[in-house]
Design a protein around this ligand. Structure first.
Ligand SMILES: C[S@@+](CC[C@H](N)C(=O)[O-])C[C@H]1O[C@@H](n2cnc3c(N)ncnc32)[C@H](O)[C@@H]1O
Length: 276
C-alpha cells in the first residue's frame, strides 16, 4: 500500500519530532505508524500531499494544533496504577516523612509526575500518601502531573479508568477510593482535583520553569524514548527544578548514573532513588 509519507520524508518528520519533543523514532520500528497517521490526518484535514502537511506542521502551526495532534498520535502512554509499587512505598514511608522532618513546616511538599500519562502515576502517589503517610496529616502536599499528550491529560482530569489500569491496586484500596460504574472505575469525587494536570513538553523550558520548584520528581518510563543528548538535557532541567535535598525517581530500566553525575544515588530498601 502506498502512503503520502515516503522513506526519504520519514527522516524529515522524525528529525522535527526529535528536535521538538526529544522522542527518537526509528524508521524500521515507527515508519508504519507515522505513515498511517499522516494518511488518516491528510484525509480528514484535506492535505493532498506530504509537502503541504509538512509545511503546515513546520511553518504554519500558529496555535500548535498540528504538533499536538502528532504528539497525541505518536506517544506511547502505557501506564497503570501502582506500577513499580516499591517506589510509592518508599515515597510514602521514607521520603515524605524525611522531607517533613527537614522542611520548614509552612512549606508544602511539592511532587511532580513527569510524565504522568493519563494520571495513574500521579493518583498512585496521592493514594499512597493517604493510605500510608499519615505522619504528614498536617502538611500541605501538592501533586502536579504533566504530559505532552493532551488526550491523556484530559483522561487524567476525568479520573475514569478501565480494568487494566486498576488491576494492580489491592481490592480493599480499590473499593475504598473508586466507584465502579458501567463505564469503569472512577475515583471518588473527593479525589478529583487532587492532582494539578497540565499539558507540558519537558523540553519547553519556559513552561517547565513556570511549574516552580519541587521536592520530589517522578520521571518514569519516558527517558527510554529519548537519545543520550535529550536524556541529559531533561535530567539537568529536573535538577534545576528540584529543591536541594529533593529526590528523583526513575523507571526500573532507567539509571541516572548513565545520564548525568550531579545526583547522589541512594538505595532505600531495594529501591534506587537520586538526591540533589
Ligand atoms: C510510557 S508513559 C509513562 C507514564 C508513567 N510515568 C508510568 O511510568 O507509568 C510515557 C509518557 O511520556 C510522555 N512524553 C513523551 N515525550 C514527552 C515530552 N517531551 N514531554 C512530556 N511528556 C512526554 C508520553 O506522552 C507518555 O504519556
Amino acid at each position: 500500500m502506498s502512503h503520502l509519507l515516503s522513506n526519504e520524508n520519514f527522516s524529515k518528520v522524525s528529525e522535527f519530532i526529535y528536535r521538538k519533543s526529544g522522542i527518537f523514532l526509528a524508521e524500521d520500528k515507527h515508519f508504519k505508524k507515522l505513515a498511517k497517521y499522516i494518511d488518516a490526518h491528510a484525509k480528514n484535514f484535506g492535505y493532498d500531499s506530504f509537502r503541504k502537511y509538512f509545511y503546515k506542521l513546520r511553518f504554519d502551526d500558529k496555535e500548535g494544533r498540528e504538533f499536538q495532534n502528532l504528539m497525541n498520535a505518536m506517544t506511547i502512554n502505557e501506564t497503570y496504577f501502582f506500577r513499580e509499587n516499591d517506589q510509592f512505598e518508599v515515597l510514602a514511608n521514607k521520603v515524605i516523612p524525611e522531607l517533613h522532618e527537614t522542611m520548614q513546616s509552612s512549606r508544602p511538599i511539592r511532587i511532580l509526575s513527569s510524565p504522568c500519562s493519563s494520571g495513574e502515576e500521579a493518583y498512585s502517589i496521592v493514594l499512597h500518601i493517604l493510605e500510608e503517610a499519615q505522619v504528614v496529616a498536617k502538611r500541605d502536599i501538592e501533586v502536579v502531573g504533566i504530559d505532552i499528550n493532551s488526550t491523556v491529560i484530559e483522561k487524567g482530569k476525568r479520573a475514569l479508568y478501565n480494568e487494566r489500569s486498576v488491576h494492580a491496586i489491592p481490592k480493599n484500596i480499590l473499593m475504598k477510593w473508586f466507584k465502579k460504574n458501567t463505564l469503569g472505575y472512577e475515583l471518588i469525587e473527593d479525589l478529583h482535583g487532587t492532582v494539578d494536570f497540565k499539558i507540558v513538553n519537558v523540553f519547553d523550558s519556559v513552561q517547565m520553569r513556570k511549574l516552580g520548584k519541587f521536592d520530589v520528581i517522578f520521571s518514569r518510563n519516558m527517558l527510554i524514548y529519548f537519545d543520550d543528548a535529550s536524556r541529559k538535557k531533561v535530567a539537568m532541567t529536573f535538577y534545576d527544578m528540584l529543591n536541594t535535598g529533593g529526590y528523583i525517581f526513575l523507571g526500573h530500566a532507567e539509571y541516572m548514573s548513565r545520564i548525568v553525575s550531579v545526583f547522589n544515588a541512594k538505595k532505600i530498601d531495594s529501591t534506587l532513588i537520586y538526591q540533589k
